[in-house]
Design a protein around this ligand. Structure first.
Ligand code: ADP
Length: 299
């Protein structure tokens, strides 16, 4: 009896040693074929998942701190230099201007980090309603109209008014704002951007095509990772922290959709989103209250 319980004792002994600091430990599995061995393997697979998730969290915290440190260091050094000796009024005005610019960068970053943390902990509830896909697309374009004008870029939006999805208008709008903002940032002055939506029966397909440098194939999947940037310095200079596409991916996937990117042979990135199409109205359909669904970030 004692001999047969020995593997169980060993497993319990090892399990007691597993702590958040020692998540690499695994339970001993003597015979993977018997019931105890199978239980040990399932436990070890759970530990694998936990360890990965802890690692991701650690990276996220350290990347986030790093991102916050840069604008803070800027504010500090600009302020210190200004205080070293008496300066002209214009100099102070310029200094305050740069400090405010960095402060708004910090505010934007903290807002994005809060959104990610709320999504991570499943606090975001989708308010799903039947909506024409052109609605959040047009709203995104309106929000960015001033920037578009500043860069003298030409945006075209094509699609059918009757193309509908079941979705959360604000979350989809945020996804399109992020994609359109990128298309504008990376396209040259006077460049062309085209957004198209169509219903191919099961799916609503939205494409956003720009006239920028495109995205080399080796980066095409990684750009959706948190804090990933192809050219860190350029992205920062353009005001980015590498989080926009991670949020966009979460927004689309939480609607049961997919997102990917390809680059045209002539340059220019084409982001392609697929969302499940709303089922056609049955004749007796009554518009009801928004359906609520809580979704988590899987990033
Ligand atoms: P950022 O705030 O840096 O733009 P994103 O998550 O939105 O962060 O994008 C991640 C990276 O993907 C960007 O830093 C950039 O290198 C690349 N990228 C995104 N959109 C485009 C685009 N339309 N054209 C070229 N590169 C892009």
């Amino acid at each position: 009896m004692r001999r047969s319980l020995r593997p169980l004792e060993q497993m319990a002994f090892r399990a007691r040693q597993i702590t958040p600091e020692r998540l690499a430990e695994r339970l001993p599995v003597e015979n993977p074929e018997d019931e105890l061995g199978q239980l040990g393997q399932v436990f070890n697979l759970t530990l694998d998942r936990l360890e990965k998730s802890f690692e991701r969290l650690k990276h996220f915290t350290s990347d986030a701190s790093h991102e916050l440190r840069t604008p803070l260091a800027c504010i500090r050094s600009v302020g210190e230099v200004a205080l070293q000796r008496d300066r002209a009024t214009d100099y102070y005005r310029e200094t305050i201007g740069s400090i405010l610019e960095e402060a708004s960068r910090l505010t934007r970053l903290v807002d994005i980090l809060l959104t990610i943390s709320r999504a991570d902990s499943g606090e975001v509830t989708l308010q799903t309603v039947r909506l024409p896909i052109l609605q959040p697309i047009r709203e995104a374009a309106d929000l960015l109209a001033v920037l578009l004008e500043e860069k003298a870029q030409c945006l075209t939006i094509a699609g059918d008014e009757s193309t509908e999805v079941m979705g959360d208008r604000l979350i989809l709008r945020q996804a399109f704002v992020n994609l359109l903002h990128n298309a504008m940032k990376y396209s040259p002055m006077g460049g062309k951007i085209a957004m198209r939506a169509r219903d191919d029966g099961q799916q609503v397909v939205v494409t956003i095509q720009d006239s920028g440098p495109g995205i080399p194939a080796e980066h095409a999947e990684k750009i959706f990772d948190r804090f990933y940037r192809i050219d860190r310095a350029r992205s920062r200079a353009l005001g980015g922290a590498g989080l926009g596409l991670a949020i966009t991916k979460w927004a689309i996937e939480s609607h049961g959709g997919t997102i990917g990117v390809v680059t045209e042979s002539s340059g220019g990135a084409i982001f392609r989103i697929e969302l499940p199409a709303a089922i056609p109205f049955p004749p007796s359909y009554q518009t009801g209250a928004a359906e609520k669904k809580t979704v988590k970030f899987k990033g």
